[in-house]
Design a protein around this ligand. Structure first.
Ligand code: GH3
Ligand code: MG
Ligand code: MG
Ligand code: MG
Ligand code: MG
Length: 312
């Protein structure tokens, strides 16, 4: 019923997971068959700096979700081809849209029917004619909570980077997209050297600061389409699409060098820390797990070779 081509790009997905979403304008998808009503809603939201996309044919909803990646869906109830409730049920069958807020905006005033609609995946019910101030307030508060929820689900709280599981999932998605287009994908495991000593000597909070400084450097140096994940305590998983082993080595070796130059302050003195990395590249390794395993083995080779180095 609502099928279409998947075109929500992987880069947008990573961007959104990479926490940089917070500076972006809120996005609302308006599913509404009436052109007049949808434009009135659009004007109301855009006056509040909310970006909108309108879908007049509800069968285009999934396509629009993938392309526009909204923070919230405003859903009409009665439309030709497909009702709002049917559209909501189909949206909820797709795990990536399981928690996207759906707010009904309908002329339906029968409470029993409103409750029915809410049982099938709705988050709120507003009636037409709507109060613009109230509509904006509901939309903004739902989106704030949705973004906060996503952050706690997908991002690490110390660094803001992808957490372990979202990093792995994103790597798998990136891998299928690279496999589809053809090309390389390099996976890097990077780990801070003798980090236990850093903690033991300077204390855990200073150790945290060292972890933050490496994550900051990675964010500064890598591209927006790259995956940067805090894989474990002082261990980072990095995915570099369309990058062969040689280029991955050059990029990561530069970052390694620059990290070793950072002065970490303690009281009126400072110390330096180093990190090691291992690289494995698709298509030599074919899936996420074997790439991670091979990158981990390369990392341990770098450690055995004396640390503060990248092993490709
Ligand atoms: P190697 O060079 O072989 O990697 O040695 P290492 O000491 O870094 O390795 P090891 O895995 O033995 O120690 C990692 C330490 O990182 C142990 C753990 O207490 C510490 N750690 C893990 N997570 C955090 C964190 O979030 N903050 C801080 N400050 N320390 C952490
Ligand atoms: Mg209608
Ligand atoms: Mg270790
Ligand atoms: Mg370590
Ligand atoms: Mg470690």
């Amino acid at each position: 019923l609502l099928e279409g081509t998947p075109s929500h790009t992987i880069v947008e997905h990573i961007l959104e997971l990479n926490e940089r979403q917070d500076q972006e304008a809120y996005r609302v998808l308006i599913v509404e068959d009436s052109k007049t009503a949808s434009h009135l809603i659009r004007r109301t939201l855009e006056e509040n700096q909310i970006d909108t996309k309108i879908v007049n044919d509800p069968r285009q909803t999934l396509n629009a979700l993938r392309q526009f990646n909204p923070d919230l869906i405003l859903m009409d109830m009665y439309m030709p081809n497909c009702t709002g409730v049917e559209a909501a049920r189909i949206i909820r069958q797709h795990s990536e849209f399981l928690s996207t807020p759906i707010v009904y905006l309908s002329g339906e005033t029968n409470v029993a029917l409103q409750v029915d609609a809410m049982r099938l995946g709705g988050d709120h019910f507003l009636t037409k004619p709507f109060n613009p101030v109230f509509l904006n307030a509901i939309v903004k508060s739902k989106i704030e909570r949705y973004r906060a929820l996503r952050r706690t689900m997908y991002n690490d709280s110390l660094t803001g980077l992808l957490n372990h599981s979202s990093g792995k999932n994103t790597l798998d998605m990136l891998l299928s997209s690279v496999a589809h287009d053809g090309g390389f994908l390099s996976v890097v495991m990077m780990d801070i050297d003798h980090f236990k000593q850093v903690n033991d000597t300077y204390g855990h909070p200073v150790g945290d600061q060292v972890i933050r400084s490496l994550s900051w450097l990675l964010k500064q140096r890598l591209r927006k389409q790259d995956i940067i994940c805090r894989y474990g305590g002082e261990e980072f998983l990095i995915g570099l699409p369309h990058t062969d082993a040689e280029n991955a080595f050059a990029i990561m070796n530069r970052i390694r060098q620059d990290f070793s130059q950072i002065r970490h302050p303690v009281d009126d003195r400072h110390f330096v820390a180093t990190a090691s990395g291992g690289i494995a590249t698709y298509p030599l390794y074919q899936n996420g797990d074997s790439l991670i395993k091979a990158a981990d083995e390369a990392l341990y080779q770098a450690k055995r070779d004396g640390r503060n180095r990248i092993h490709a």
